[in-house]
Write a protein that binds this ligand. Structure first.
Ligand code: MRU
Length: 353
């Protein structure tokens, strides 16, 4: 259903939509080196937790593909680890990035003694391809599971972009909306603008409009009165990292949205693949929160919007405590409170699906 190609492997290159140019230009960029991929992730040409996981997997392959095939395996692995650490430092909050990088490194581990470097390179490329294909499948399954819960609602509110452009295809929070459209149910989606980088306005509103879904854009500070006016049946957002107790990090502004949803007795859903869970962390207090450049706030989109030389605090994400979450929709099942127990059950078989 969503037809925009967020990220693809084409002609030995990674092709991404440059999301910094949306919605004015739908421009594609080809990435051929790990350094270019680092820059694309850091500057958010490619963004959204699952999409940066896929990007990192291919980025790691790009980082090792030109290493000599006749090196020793231990030197090759040392180089691979260095490149993995470098890529993992591009953005700290979404666990999908590290998950994909770890999975790439584990892909040949058990059999490395019998493999040549050329074999390992091929395995790494194939593994990146598997991660991409699995992301498509998981997001579609999230949509199917989410639709079952949301199908009796008509209006949804979302924050930031957890749609197709944040993943390979269907998205997480927007996947039930796309699955709904395929089944003949059309939701009306209210979209928070999402300051400072306007992912809601620039990206979510763009992709929903492209898909023919009715959209109403609101500024972030309008969500409470819009809820009070009875315009919202349910809130659904994505996640960058979910801890063992169900706390989760998502785009800054999600926490306040969760509080005001609770104040209006509106259900609040999180949609995320198992690759967004970090059960090594007990609570959301342990999640590293990315802080971005002050310029995004005082000089966004080529226009100065405040006096210069002032102090600015620009955390890109916040943590929503589990008590505000009605349910977490995954590709495997929908998880309900108490989250400590349900998350431990759903992740019992491991997170490498
Ligand atoms: O800074 P961004 O644009 O990468 O932040 C994206 C979000 O916060 C998304 O909601 C999250 O990654 C989930 S994407 C399916």
């Amino acid at each position: 259903m969503p037809h925009l190609k967020t990220i693809e492997w084409v002609d030995d290159k990674v092709r991404i939509i440059d999301q910094t140019q949306l919605p004015v230009n739908l421009a594609y960029v080809d990435i051929t080196t790990i350094e270019e991929m680092f820059e694309a992730v850091k500057t958010m040409k490619v963004r959204g937790a699952p999409a940066i996981g896929v990007a990192a997997a291919f980025g790691l392959y790009l980082g090792i593909r030109d290493l000599p095939d006749n090196e020793s395996m231990s030197n090759f692995i040392t180089e691979l680890k260095k490149k993995a650490e470098y890529l993992a430092s591009s953005r700290p909050t979404a666990i999908n990035l590290k998950w994909a990088i770890d999975r790439m490194q584990a892909s040949f581990h058990s059999i490395e003694d019998t493999l040549t470097i050329a074999n390992v390179k091929q395995i790494l490329l194939e593994e990146a391809g598997h991660i991409l294909v699995e992301d498509k499948k998981s997001c579609k399954a999230i949509g199917e599971n989410g639709f079952e819960i949301l199908k009796d609602y008509n209006t949804l509110l979302t924050h930031c972009n957890a749609g197709g452009l944040a993943t390979v295809e269907y998205g997480t929070a927007l996947s039930p909306v796309y699955i709904g459209k395929e089944k003949g149910k059309v939701f009306h989606v209210y979209v928070d603008e999402t300051r400072p980088l306007l992912q809601g306005a620039r990206i979510t509103a763009f992709e929903l409009k492209e898909a023919g879904i009715p959209v109403t854009l609101i500024c972030d500070n309008m969500a409470a009165p819009v809820m009070a006016q009875g315009k919202i049946d349910a809130v659904i957002v994505g996640a960058d990292r979910i801890t063992a107790n169900g706390d989760f990090a998502n785009k800054i502004g999600t926490y306040s949205l969760a509080i005001i949803a609770k104040a209006h007795s509106i259900p609040f859903y999180v949609a995320a693949p198992l690759s967004s869970f970090d059960i090594s962390l007990k609570t959301g207090n342990e999640i590293p929160i990315e802080e971005r450049d002050a310029d995004e706030i005082i000089h966004g989109f080529d226009c100065r919007t405040s006096p210069s030389d002032i102090q600015v605090y620009n955390p890109a994400f916040d943590v929503t405590p589990n008590k505000y979450v009605t349910a977490i929709i995954t590709e495997k099942e929908v998880i309900y409170p108490p989250f400590e127990e349900s998350i431990s059950e759903v992740t019992a078989g491991g997170l490498l699906i």
